[in-house]
Design a protein around this ligand. Structure first.
Ligand code: HEM
Length: 397
């Protein structure tokens, strides 16, 4: 299983030094080893935008049914039915359709006033204080509250639910993630039971009421177990990622004060700035697929049974696709990045994540037009599936 490359470039998703700034390695991968093979952890990786297009659209060769991260695929565990991020057609199509039916743009847009109120409540105490942590004081709050609003989790339980989800994604520095099972989280069970008795205007109630035709042709409602799985998926997919996005907004704009000033002067540029932060610093870098049949890249056969990582952070800066790709530029004409994936697994929460990012930034800039990161006390999260700040304190001026 050799790859024709004379390059000595090294990449692995657990290396903390690479994780601190992976972009020079990504640049070398794109140039010197567009099909990269890592012997230590036995995976292939592609880094050019055209190759990510190829991997993400050929869902018969590159399948998700064994997991969508290296650690999950290696763990070789059975995925619960309904965990559709880890499914392939036809079950993926069926399950995703069901959740998309209740996960509507209208429902997302309706959340705007409440998300704004949460942001205000988190930010107001820091006005005049001179200090603020983008992650602890905002990033860790807003996505959790937003998902809880969607699912109908009471205020008093939201932090515990979040901590259980994010805790499961943490790794020891330099170590793979330990995965024993992918189950449906029992922590949502009591809310489901309560909602069944007390219907409301939330996603949980919609899921309880939804009728659909299952794989046997029977029209039925979702089981409690199925709803648990969907809640678990939404909770884990939408918390940590959106929280990292808010951290990156703080970091990238501190590094680019001129562009931040433009945003203060003209807030209509904020949606484009969010899109560029998403491209420039994606919260997730290392999604992967199981290779279901032999396939060729750059004259080398990637054998059936391999793991293929598609490096989102590398493709987002591919100079073949983006002009001046290593530059952060809120004025880019159109940004088709890979941060929310591509193809049939395209992130179901993309609109919600964009909404959260936009509102958070609007509310931040209204109160704090200027800040500097306290770099000595900022720390990256130790997790191979998300990349971002665990804590990002800032000095406000
Ligand atoms: C900035 C924040 C976010 C990022 C960077 C992100 C990223 C992604 C990516 C890359 C995928 C594709 C995975 C693959 O191809 O294997 C995905 C799928 C998914 N995301 Fe997100 N996500 C974010 C926020 C959210 C939110 C807020 C929710 C829900 C509340 C959510 C729910 C999902 C779901 C359900 C899927 C599975 C879609 C499928 O397999 O068909 N995500 N996300």
């Amino acid at each position: 299983m050799s790859v024709t490359s004379t390059s000595d470039v090294y990449y692995d998703p657990y290396d903390v030094d690479i994780d601190a700034d992976p972009y020079p390695v990504y640049m070398r991968l794109r140039a010197e080893a567009p099909l990269y093979y890592n012997e230590k952890y036995d995976f292939f990786a592609v880094s050019r935008a055209d190759d990510l297009d190829r991997v993400l659209t050929d869902h018969e060769t590159f399948i998700s049914g064994r997991g969508a991260f290296l650690d999950f695929i290696r763990a070789d565990i059975t995925m619960p039915p309904g965990m559709f991020i880890f499914e392939d057609p036809p079950s993926h199509t069926r399950h995703r359709k069901l959740v998309s039916r209740v996960f509507t743009p209208r429902r997302m847009a309706e959340l705007e006033p409440q998300i704004r109120a949460y942001c205000a409540r988190s930010l107001d105490p820091f006005v005049g204080s001179g200090r603020f942590d983008f992650v602890a004081d905002l990033g860790a709050q807003v996505p959790m509250r937003t998902i809880s609003l969607l699912l109908g989790i009471p205020d008093s339980d939201q932090e515990a639910v979040r901590d259980q989800t994010t805790g499961s994604m943490r790794t020891e520095p330099g170590q793979p993630m330990e995965i024993k099972t992918v189950g449906s989280p029992e922590m949502y069970a009591e809310y489901i039971d309560w909602r069944a008795e007390h219907p409301s205007d939330d996603l949980m109630t919609d899921m309880l009421r939804a009728e659909f035709e299952d794989e046997t042709g029977m029209v039925r409602r979702l089981t409690r177990e199925e709803i648990l799985t969907y809640c678990g998926l939404i909770g884990s997919a939408g918390n940590e990622t959106a929280s990292r996005l808010i951290g990156w907004i703080g970091k990238v704009l501190a590094d680019h004060p001129d562009q931040r000033r433009e945003l203060v002067e003209d807030p209509s540029l904020i949606p484009a700035a969010i899109e560029e932060v998403l491209r420039f610093e994606p919260p997730g870098h290392n999604f992967a697929r199981y290779v279901s049949r032999d396939v060729e890249f750059y004259g080398t056969t990637v054998p059936e049974g391999s793991v293929m990582i598609h490096l989102i952070g590398a493709a987002n800066r591919d100079e073949r696709r983006f002009v001046d790709s290593e530059r952060f530029d809120i004025h880019r004409a159109s940004v088709k990045h890979f941060t929310f994936g591509y193809g049939i697994h395209f992130c179901l929460g993309a609109a919600l994540a964009r909404l959260e990012g936009r509102i958070a930034l609007e509310e931040i800039l209204k109160r704090f037009p200027d800040w500097e990161i306290d770099v000595d006390n900022a720390r990256l999260t130790s997790a191979s599936v998300v990349r971002g700040w665990e804590t990002l304190p800032a000095f406000l001026s």
